[in-house]
Design a protein around this ligand. Structure first.
Ligand code: AP5
Length: 245
């Protein structure tokens, strides 16, 4: 079982383990700050499969000044969603890369029913792919606000929190000493808008997958390692069931 250190949340290419196949693509669903990114990085290390974060992909496009990044920036800064058409195409391009063949973790996608239906159709068309496993992480509003306003990230994607996971030297990454930044959408005001967007557009996605089975709800208001343990246990249970059938 991986434990959380700031070193362990660095995106990297993990060594695949032959017997650690996943029971299908994993969707990490939940409100802003529930810990999707934190858990995705730990599961990536555990199972040797890539994390695909639509938020990270969009922020990379913004940093590179691409047309997609230019279209996305003001929407993200207001707590609104980027259009389904743009995001679905971005995910389609990512799923065409060879590293997803052993499975993958989708972090923050799908976020609308339209995106969910698009993903379902893509997976049905690919007969080699197992059905998805949807993991919904649940945390209370007040705790989320605390996490979001306390989050700091390094330029290479390490996730810190001034309250629960602070760097040794305040403001600087433990690993490479780079200055930590606060995301422009991590203010209290934008968080409130993101939560409204979540309730209106993403909560129905969670119900969509709850009704399909292969759905796991996890209490995210526990220590990081405990949340990882519950998700890993559910995935291994589903894998055993898939092996028997
Ligand atoms: P995105 O980047 O996906 O943001 P989000 O969904 O709001 O989620 P966050 O990244 O804020 O939180 P997280 O759940 O990953 O939490 P984390 O692990 O960092 O999207 C940003 C924007 O991009 C959207 O608003 C939208 O505009 C656009 N976008 C993205 N995807 C889109 C899509 N599919 N369609 C359309 N638009 C899209 O943890 C948070 C903090 O809590 C950290 O500091 C961490 O250290 C701490 N923490 C984590 N777990 C614990 C724990 N168990 N205990 C204590 N602290 C913890």
């Amino acid at each position: 079982m991986p434990t959380l250190t700031n070193d362990s949340v660095v995106p990297h290419t993990p060594a695949p383990a032959d017997d650690d196949f996943l029971p299908g693509p994993v969707l990490l669903l939940g409100a802003p700050g529930v810990g999707k990114g934190t858990q995705a990085k730990l599961l990536m290390a555990e199972f040797g499969i890539p994390q695909i974060s639509t938020g990270d992909l969009l922020r990379a496009n913004i940093a590179q000044g691409t047309p997609l990044g230019k279209a996305a920036k003001s929407l993200m800064d207001q707590g609104q969603l980027v259009s389904d058409e743009l995001v679905n195409q971005m995910v389609a391009d990512r799923l065409a890369q060879p590293d997803v063949k052993r499975g993958y973790i989708l972090d923050g996608f799908p976020r609308t029913l339209n995106q969910a239906e698009w993903l379902d159709s893509v997976l049905v068309a690919d007969s080699a792919t197992l059905p998805v496993v949807a993991i919904s992480i649940v945390v209370s509003y007040d705790q989320l606000l605390h996490r979001i306003t306390g989050r700091r990230i390094s330029p290479t994607g390490r996730i810190y929190n001034v309250y629960s996971n602070p760097p040794v030297v305040p403001g600087y990454c433990d690993v490479d000493g780079s200055a930590l930044i606060q995301r422009s959408d991590d203010s209290e005001e934008v968080f409130a808008e993101r939560m409204k967007t979540f309730a209106a557009q993403t909560a129905p996605v969670i119900e969509h997958y709850r009704n399909q089975g292969r759905f796991v709800e996890v209490d995210g208001d526990q220590a990081v390692e405990q949340v990882t343990a519950e998700i890993t246990c559910a995935l291994k249970h589903l894998r055993q069931k898939a092996q028997k059938s």
